[in-house]
Design a protein around this ligand. Structure first.
Ligand SMILES: [Zn+2]
Length: 297
């Protein structure tokens, strides 16, 4: 029978620390280096089967528990995984609202932990802060929900694209959408001044961008608690609405998102479906459908 949740004993077995404050970066790096960069698939769920790396942070949820695991060292990049919940079916798009906030607070802690690593293998980008941190999610139709947090040595492609956008337009994507976006493509407004809209020329089906109003700059940890609360709420509701809409249309319930944030950047989240997801209608219809699912009138 397929296990539908991660046995607490498996988490305890892999526990390196309960809180990030209790572990040092060198230990995490060494643990990552010991793990294969690409794990073999096989079996119904690798996470439920306990095939994850040392656990360095745990968060109690209303239902189940979330944890942060050391995943791998991929070339010069260190990868951590945030497991949304020990319960296989629960993810950021379906957990209770308070749990979504707890997950984002845990992501901010992981980001700060990596940024302050002090390890010369990662270049200092601003005083006291090393490397480039990526936070993203890829949700498969039936996969166990996780978020990936990567400490990159070199600027990753999404960062180069955002910098190119800023060089071309003089502002980040968030400011650009705030001033040039079309009002009718607004999907919703959330706590902390967070806003979500579909871009007028989306590159993928159901592409949606969430940003802070008024403008903010910096990393996830630099946002106010209220802004992170709003971001968690927006991501939870929008991805929940997207999943429902994909299911209604008989499409694969797969999507991904990426947080674009860091020194000098305007934090925003871009939600997309895979290239293979093709629909006949466009932004206006998507906004209408998503709004209906999140109950915005
Ligand atoms: Zn699972």
């Amino acid at each position: 029978m397929t296990p539908r949740q991660i046995d607490p004993a498996l988490v305890a077995e892999q526990r390196l620390a309960d809180r990030l404050q209790a572990v040092d970066f060198a230990t995490v790096r060494a643990a990552a280096a010991e793990r294969p960069a690409r794990l073999q698939h096989g079996g119904p769920c690798r996470w439920c089967a306990g095939r994850f790396g040392p656990v360095i942070d745990t968060t109690e949820l209303v239902r189940g528990r979330s944890f942060l695991a050391v995943h791998a060292l991929r070339g010069p990049d260190l990868v951590l995984k945030q497991v949304s919940s020990t319960r296989h079916r629960d993810d950021l798009d379906s957990v209770p609202p308070m749990d979504a906030i707890a997950l984002f607070e845990a992501l901010a802690r992981a980001e700060s932990f990596l940024a302050s690593c002090g390890d010369p293998a990662w270049p200092e980008v601003v005083p006291g802060r090393r490397g480039h941190i990526a936070i993203c999610k890829r949700r498969g139709a039936r996969s166990h929900g996780t978020q990936t947090i990567t400490l990159h040595r070199d600027p990753p492609p999404w960062l180069l694209r955002e910098r190119a956008f800023m060089a071309r337009h003089g502002v980040g994507r968030a400011s650009w959408l705030e001033t040039r976006g079309r009002a009718e493509l607004l999907v919703g407004e959330f706590r902390g001044g967070l806003v979500a809209a579909v871009p007028a020329e989306p590159k993928r089906a159901f592409e949606t961008v969430i940003w802070c109003r008024p403008g903010a700059t910096g990393a996830l940890a630099d946002l106010s608690g209220n802004q992170r609360w709003g971001l968690a709420q927006a991501v939870r509701e929008l991805t929940g609405a997207l999943r429902l809409e994909l299911s209604v249309r008989g499409l694969s319930e797969s999507y991904g998102w990426r947080l674009v944030a860091g020194p000098g950047l305007e934090p925003h989240v871009r939600i997309v479906t895979p290239r293979a997801t093709v629909v006949r209608d466009g932004p206006a219809e998507w906004v209408d459908r998503l709004r209906r699912h999140i109950g915005v009138e």
